[in-house]
Design a protein around this ligand. Structure first.
Ligand code: PEP
Ligand code: MN
Length: 292
């Protein structure tokens, strides 16, 4: 017990035995790297913005234009979507491969790099042609052969935390990625499942504490996704500020021109003016925290 970090499920020996590549080598060890000209690392704050699902060419073009103008570093948007239930809208079937083409057009026209999810190994070559970062969704966090296949592509990867996973399991999954020699790995906290008791406020709970906890152990950058965590637009703003205050190296926000009309998860996206306001405030918060 006494060789464990306080309040965590990670022991001191885990650092060298279980995830030597993910573990920090010294207290101030933080990875710095660039993806598509965007700097990741201490003191930087990277913003990912876009719809849950790409939906249509005109939608992704409009969103790319607006989030780029506001200052987002990456355009997010799912073409291949993990959905909780098997009942799918027409848009879902239209999006898939076409969605990747639309993302490519948006990237080219608005000069904004892309992050999009891959769910199946067979799509790694197709999606890698367009995306700058492969998103591994929470549901695939512990799909080890898939992690290895994505890592072998040598594309940068964002590894979302499974909503039932401990910090130890999350870092173990990240170790699989680094193990393949892939160095541009980003972690993303997206909310954990909470038991449905009178104490739960929502489907997921943003685990703010995992940000400083992870930063004690790993040199990898950590992004927060308050959209998926809160699942509820009115809470996204404050939880974004809280994430940056907790030390997040970036935020991922769902942005849609008409949030209530989003094809997937319409309760969680923010609109352009909300994104603009949040964007300018998080830059100020980060600056305040960086000032000595
Ligand atoms: C997403 O970002 O679109 C997504 C599906 O997220 P998660 O894997 O965290 O549910
Ligand atoms: Mn989603």
């Amino acid at each position: 017990m006494d060789n464990k970090f306080p309040g965590k499920d990670v022991s001191v020996s885990d650092l060298k035995d279980k995830f030597p590549l993910v573990a920090k080598k010294h207290k101030n060890h933080y990875s710095s790297f660039e993806i598509a000209g965007v700097k990741f690392g201490p003191k930087n704050l990277v913003t990912f913005a876009g719809p849950n699902m790409v939906e249509s060419e005109s939608l992704i073009m409009d969103i790319a234009k607006n989030v780029k103008k506001i200052g987002a570093n990456f355009l997010r948007g799912g073409a291949f979507k993990p959905l909780t239930f098997p009942y799918r809208s027409k848009k879902y079937y239209e999006t898939r491969e076409k969605g990747i083409e639309w993302l490519a057009k948006a990237k080219q026209k608005y000069k904004i790099p892309i992050i999009t999810e891959i769910m199946e190994e067979k799509f790694i070559p197709l999606v890698s042609e367009v995306t700058d970062i492969i998103q591994i969704g929470s549901r695939n966090m512990q799909n080890y052969p898939f992690l290895t296949a994505c890592a072998k592509s040598q594309k940068p990867i964002m590894l979302k935390r499974h909503y039932g996973s401990s910090l130890r399991d999350w870092l173990g999954a990240a170790e699989y990625l680094l193990f393949e020699g892939n160095k541009k790995i980003i972690l993303c906290e997206r909310g954990v499942s909470v038991p449905h008791t009178h104490r739960s406020t929502s489907r997921f709970l943003l685990d703010l504490q995992v940000i400083p906890a992870a930063k004690e152990l790993t040199h990898l950058p950590i992004v927060s996704d308050p959209s998926h965590a809160t699942f509820w637009r009115p809470w996204v703003e404050s939880m974004t500020y809280a994430s940056v205050s907790a030390g997040a190296d970036g935020v991922m926000l769902e942005v849609h021109p008409k949030p209530s009309q989003a094809a997937v998860d319409p309760l969680q996206p923010i609109n352009y003016s909300e994104f603009k306001k949040i964007f300018s405030k998080i830059k100020k918060i980060k600056k305040l925290l960086n000032d000595k």
